[in-house]
Design a binder for this molecule. Structure first.
Ligand code: ZN
Ligand code: ZN
Length: 121
């Protein structure tokens, strides 16, 4: 580890406590809904703002896959790190409509936790 860098201990993304639902989690990254924007975002599991290109491409690909499997909206990947500039993460923002409007989820598909008692006739 690099003692000259920003303390990972104080980093929200390293703690990852503030985030609600996790869509994906592996050795490289995790994907969850951003608490402030309510859109999915991918977070690299390394406390560094600047991943190598190959890693970035992989992160974007995973975010794209997760979003495509769960949401209806087309997205673009927003790499601006406004609030946490020292730890790489990228938001999946909707391509159409208001940028901060939550994405529309796919209905029920592969989601067993959804209570389906309110079926429309
Ligand atoms: Zn956000
Ligand atoms: Zn961090």
């Amino acid at each position: 580890m690099d003692p000259g860098h920003t303390e990972a201990a104080e980093c929200e993304l390293c703690e990852a406590a503030a985030f609600t639902e996790r869509f994906h989690d592996d050795d490289l990254c995790w994907i969850a809904e951003c608490e402030s924007c309510s859109v999915p975002m991918v977070v690299w599991k390394v406390h560094d703002p600047d991943p190598p290109d190959a890693v970035r491409r992989t992160l974007h690909a995973r975010l794209g896959e997760v979003v495509a499997s769960r949401f209806v909206d087309e997205i673009w990947i927003d790499e601006q790190m406004r609030t946490i500039p020292h730890h790489y993460h990228a938001h999946a923002r909707r391509r159409h409509g208001f940028p901060n409007q939550p994405l529309e989820r796919r209905s029920r598909q592969a989601d067993t936790s959804v209570d389906s008692t309110q079926e429309t006739p």
